[in-house]
Design a protein around this ligand. Structure first.
Ligand code: CO
Length: 145
């Protein structure tokens, strides 16, 4: 496994609207994307950009709010009512190669690769195999950066 770009940090929130106001008014974010529903993951999503070097895109904050009664992050919000850091997402050039490499190292992949919020394939790794951090691996978008 070769460590790729930190694409985003997932932040669970009970209210994307309130979190947008926080990142705009407290943190000074100037590029906040339109929120959208991602029913396959049971979340409403909103990306907040941080600036990268020389005008490139930096790491994003991925705000995620529970969508639907069976949302995976509903339990997280119950334990952390004001929300908080939920996962970290690294890019890889080839999602299937990355999955095979992690599995060969005995890391538990949660489910099969599926389309994530950036429209490319993603999977998650069990936090207990990853230093306590729920880790998302995503294939780098073709038009990225
Ligand atoms: Co994510």
């Amino acid at each position: 496994m070769k460590l790729g770009r930190l694409n985003h940090i997932g932040v669970a929130t009970p209210s994307i609207e309130a979190s947008i106001a926080f990142y705009r008014d407290v943190m000074g974010a100037t590029k906040i994307h339109a929120p959208f529903d991602l029913p396959s993951q049971g979340v409403k999503v909103c990306f907040v950009d941080t600036p990268g070097e020389n005008g490139t895109n930096g790491t994003q904050i991925e705000l995620i709010e529970p969508l639907g009664e069976t949302s995976n992050i509903r339990g997280f919000i119950e334990k952390n009512p004001q929300g908080g850091q939920h996962h970290m997402c690294y890019e890889v050039p080839d999602i299937h190669a990355a999955k095979a490499e992690f599995e060969a190292m005995g890391k538990r992949v949660l489910g099969e690769p599926r389309i994530g919020a950036h429209g490319t394939l993603i999977f998650f790794l069990h936090p207990k195999d990853m230093g306590g951090i729920l880790t998302e691996i995503m294939e780098t978008p073709k038009d990225a950066h």
